[in-house]
Design a protein around this ligand. Structure first.
Ligand code: HEC
Ligand code: HEC
Length: 344
């Protein structure tokens, strides 16, 4: 594998030189461009128009639709104005935006959040409960099977292509297998991949999750973050974090308030939000803000009320002690208001 990558790097270098050698009419030099090495290792899913017209392919397509237009589940499984794609960008394909292809290969896995081994479908349920502020469909529901099948399809196509099997069709899996996820002995990969990706060790594909930032030089500041927000974010996410909604369609997602993710969602943590924001926002211009600004604006965003943590049983302090030992403002006082006390 290493050797393959080195060969690639050499080819890239050679072709850059070839470009530099062509005679140009003036002396203007091309700007140096450096390969983002981790990027070139990321899986690239197959083109969506190659999803087959089979019953299995139909599940994959349905999964794609539910993922980008989750509002079709509004009132049933979704309780806010978010779509999955708002945080897992480019239909769940964007590296460093918690892509589905990396996620699928990482489950089943132990999660401390619910203290048990989670299957892939169970992990998705978590995002329904918290990020979508809804009530999750059952693991064997058509919705979760579709979302899992779609994730599998992205992962498997990317893997086959990466290992030189571009002509190999993506094997169709049973409903039970897609719900479980790819990190299990029962999920057999072609022999060429097994050395790099033994079962139990598939959770580390490059581009998974959001790239971690070091602790900021200065502690995250809500005040500084407000300035970043007003100058860099409010044009799309609204003066009050409400996003932009027109003709009943939420074009730009709300970042706080009753239509946003709730106090149990990963994005309410300042660090998780800073990682996401630094890599992915402002939309179309990432990476543009400094790391410090990402931390500050994450603090500002998450210092506002949002829907209650669904684990809340009436005692804010008890809920805070039990579930909020991390970087966040739940149960803390900001500008004279205790957050979580007036949740939606
Ligand atoms: C508000 C942002 C947000 C929305 C909306 C959202 N998610 Fe997530 N999702 C996250 C974050 C943040 C994480 C990582 C969780 C953490 O660090 O606690 C995550 C994790 C995941 C993972 C596991 C990723 C991994 O690599 O382990 C999957 C799968 C997933 N989400 C699927 C979904 C699906 C399906 C939907 C829609 C039903 C959805 N998410 C909606 C923010 C979101
Ligand atoms: C040009 C418009 C635009 C700007 C400017 C912008 N965003 Fe976004 N933002 C979006 C869109 C659109 C999405 C949803 C992405 C998608 O669906 O592909 C999003 C998603 C998000 C999310 C995901 C969480 C959620 O609840 O959906 C966060 C957090 C976020 N933006 C924060 C910021 C911050 C902080 C800034 C300023 C530094 C910013 N954005 C600037 C358009 C923008």
């Amino acid at each position: 594998m290493k050797k393959y990558l080195i060969t690639l790097a050499v080819i890239t270098l050679l072709s850059n030189n070839a470009l530099a050698n062509t005679d140009l009419p003036d002396k203007q030099a091309e700007l140096p461009a450096y390969a983002k090495t981790e990027e070139s290792e990321h899986l690239i899913p197959r083109n969506l128009n190659t999803i087959p017209d089979t019953p299995f392919g139909d599940k994959v397509k349905q999964g794609y639709s539910l993922f980008v237009n989750s509002q079709t589940m509004q009132g049933k499984y979704v309780g806010n104005q978010q779509n999955c794609v708002n945080c897992h960008m480019q239909a769940g394909m964007k590296a460093n935006s918690a892509p589905l292809w990396a996620a699928f290969m990482a489950y089943p896995a132990y999660r401390s959040k619910n203290d048990k081994v989670n299957t892939y479908a169970e992990r998705i349920q978590g995002c329904f409960t918290y990020s979508m502020n809804g009530s999750a469909p059952a693991t064997d529901s058509p919705e979760l099977i579709a979302l899992s099948a779609y994730s599998y399809w992205l992962a498997m196509g990317g893997l086959l292509d990466k290992y030189g099997m571009k002509d190999t069709p993506i094997p169709e899996l049973s409903d039970a297998a897609v719900q479980l996820g790819g990190n299990d002995d029962s999920f057999v990969l072609p022999i060429e991949m097994m050395k790099d990706l033994p079962a139990g060790k598939r959770g580390f594909l490059a581009g998974r999750s959001f790239p971690k930032l070091d602790k900021p030089k200065q502690a995250p500041s809500i005040e500084r973050g407000e300035i970043v927000y007003n100058t860099t974010c409010a044009s799309c996410h609204g003066a009050n974090g409400e996003g932009i909604k027109e003709h009943g369609v939420q074009y730009f997602p709300p970042l706080w308030g009753k239509n946003s993710f709730n106090w149990g969602a990963g994005m309410h943590r300042i660090n998780t939000a800073a990682f996401f924001i630094y890599e992915n926002m402002p939309l179309g211009k990432s990476v543009q803000i400094s790391k410090q600004e990402a931390w500050d604006v994450a603090a500002f965003m998450n210092s506002h009320e949002r829907p209650q943590d669904p684990r809340f049983k009436g005692d804010l302090k008890a809920n805070q002690d039990k579930y909020h030992n991390h970087q966040g403002y739940y149960g803390k006082e900001v500008n004279g208001e205790v957050l979580g006390a007036n949740s939606f």
